[in-house]
Design a binder for this molecule. Structure first.
Ligand SMILES: *Cc1c(COP(=O)(O)O)cnc(C)c1O
Length: 387
C-alpha cells in the first residue's frame, strides 16, 4: 500500500497537482497573515465579510458560557438545543419554509440526496456540479444522467426519455468554479413538464443574491416553488459553519427521519447556532454589503478584459481567470504571492483539464483600492510575460 501511495503522490508532483496547506495566523479577512507574511487575499468565500464580525463573535461567546462546549448527542436523541430550534425558526422566518440543519454543506448533500431518491429513481445532474453533490448522487444508487453545463435542451431530452419512478434534477445555484448562475426558471418549467424535482445547492447564492440575500430563486424573482428543495450553507456568506435544507413541510419531516448525516451525527455546539442566528439577521439586512459587492464585481469585470487570459463572464463574487495549463496557472499564482497577493490556482480535477485558472473571490470587505492593487499586479505580470 505504501508503495502505491508513494507512486501516486510522485505522479501528482509531476503533474503539478501536489497540494500544500498554507497556515492562517489571523482571522479570515482581505488583509491577513499567512505563513508569517501579510497578504491581500482573494481566496475566501467570506462573501459578506462576516467571518470576523464582532456581533457574531459576541453571540457565540455569550452563548458558549451558558451552553457549554459540546451537545453530547445527535439532534434526535438529546443534542437539539434551544439555540438550534431558534436557528430553524430564524431560517423559516427568512426563507419562508421549514428547514433542517446539518453540520456542513458536504454532509448535508451526502445525506439528503440518498434520502430523496433510491434505486428506482433517476438523477439529472449538471456536469459542473460541486463534488458534494456528485458524492450524494452516487450514494443514492439512483440512475445518474449528466447533462452539459446549463444545457436545458439536453436536460429536456434526458427527462423525456426517462421512465424512472421519480426524477430529481441536481444543480448548484451559483457554480463554484465558473461563478455563473443556474437557469432556475427553465429548470422549474422542465420539472413541471416532466414531473421532476429540483435539489438546488445554494452554497454560493445564500446571503449573496436575491432579496434579503435569499439566494438563487429570489434572484430570479421566484418564491418557494413546491418542487424546489434549497440547500443553504453557512461556511461562506454567513461567515461561520453549518448548513440547512429548506423545503415543503412534508419533505423536511421525511428528511428528519431519513437523512443519515442528520441522524447519525452529534449536533453542532449550541454556540454555533447562536452565532448563526445573529448572522442571519445581519445577512438579511446587508443590502449595502451586497451593493458594494456588485460594484466590486463590475469593477473587476471591466478591469480584467484586456488581459492575455480569459476572464469568465460572471455576475457573482466568483471570478475565474482561465490560464490553461497547470504549470502556467501555478506560476501566475506564485508570482502574485511574491507581490503580496494571495489568489488560488485551481487545477484539474476540480476544473476540466486545460482550464487551470485563478479563482478570484470577491468579498464585501474588499475595497476598490484592493482591486486596483490586484489589477495592477496582474497587468504587470501580463506585460512581463509578453516581453
Ligand atoms: C462549499 C460548498 C459546499 C460545501 O459546504 P461546506 O459547508 O463547506 O461543507 C457544497 N456545495 C457547494 C456548491 C459549495 O461551494
Amino acid at each position: 500500500m505504501f508503495e502505491r501511495f508513494q507512486d501516486g503522490l510522485a505522479q501528482l508532483t509531476q503533474e503539478h497537482r501536489r497540494r500544500t496547506r498554507r497556515i492562517l495566523q489571523s482571522p479570515q479577512a482581505p488583509h491577513l497573515v499567512v505563513d508569517g507574511e501579510e497578504k491581500l487575499s482573494f481566496c475566501s468565500n467570506d462573501y459578506l465579510g462576516l467571518a470576523n464580525h464582532p456581533e457574531i463573535v459576541n453571540a457565540m461567546r455569550d452563548s458558549l458560557v451558558h451552553t457549554g462546549a459540546g451537545t453530547g448527542a445527535s439532534h434526535l436523541v438529546s443534542g437539539h438545543h434551544a439555540w438550534h430550534e431558534a436557528l430553524e425558526k430564524g431560517l423559516l422566518d427568512w426563507l419562508g419554509r421549514p428547514c433542517l440543519t446539518f453540520a456542513t454543506g458536504y454532509t448535508a448533500s451526502i445525506g439528503i440526496i440518498p434520502a430523496l431518491v433510491d434505486r428506482a429513481d433517476a438523477i439529472f445532474m449538471d456536469k459542473l456540479n460541486h463534488a458534494s453533490l456528485n458524492d450524494g448522487c452516487q450514494l443514492s444508487r439512483a440512475t445518474l444522467h449528466r447533462f452539459r453545463h446549463n444545457d436545458m435542451v439536453q436536460l429536456a431530452q434526458l427527462l423525456e426519455k426517462s421512465d424512472a419512478r421519480q426524477k430529481l434534477i441536481v444543480v448548484d445555484g451559483i457554480f463554484s468554479m465558473d461563478g455563473d448562475i443556474t437557469p432556475l426558471p427553465a429548470l422549474i418549467h422542465l420539472a413541471e413538464r416532466f414531473d421532476a424535482w429540483i435539489y438546488l445547492d445554494d452554497a454560493h447564492g445564500i446571503g449573496v443574491i436575491g432579496e434579503e440575500g435569499k439566494g438563487t430563486a429570489s434572484h430570479f424573482g421566484l418564491h418557494n416553488h413546491p418542487r424546489l428543495i434549497q440547500l443553504v450553507t453557512f461556511g461562506k456568506a454567513a461567515g461561520s459553519q453549518g448548513a440547512a435544507v429548506c423545503a415543503e413541510p412534508v419533505v423536511i419531516d421525511w428528511l428528519m427521519h431519513h437523512a443519515r448525516s442528520h441522524i447519525f451525527t452529534t449536533a453542532a455546539p449550541a454556540s454555533l447556532a447562536a452565532g448563526l442566528c445573529t448572522s442571519i439577521q445581519i445577512m438579511r439586512a446587508s443590502d449595502d454589503r451586497r451593493a458594494h459587492l456588485r460594484q466590486l464585481i463590475q469593477y473587476w469585470q471591466k478591469g480584467s478584459q484586456h488581459l492575455p487570459w480569459t476572464s469568465l463572464p460572471s455576475e457573482t463574487p466568483i471570478q475565474g481567470l482561465v490560464v490553461g495549463e497547470n504549470a502556467a496557472a501555478m506560476s501566475l499564482a506564485s508570482a502574485l504571492w511574491e507581490k503580496g497577493i494571495w489568489v488560488p490556482a485551481i487545477r484539474p480535477p476540480t476544473v476540466p483539464v486545460g482550464t487551470a485558472r485563478l479563482r478570484i473571490s470577491l468579498s464585501a470587505s474588499h475595497q476598490i483600492e484592493d482591486l486596483d492593487l490586484l489589477l495592477d499586479r496582474i497587468h504587470q505580470l501580463a506585460t512581463n510575460q509578453s516581453v
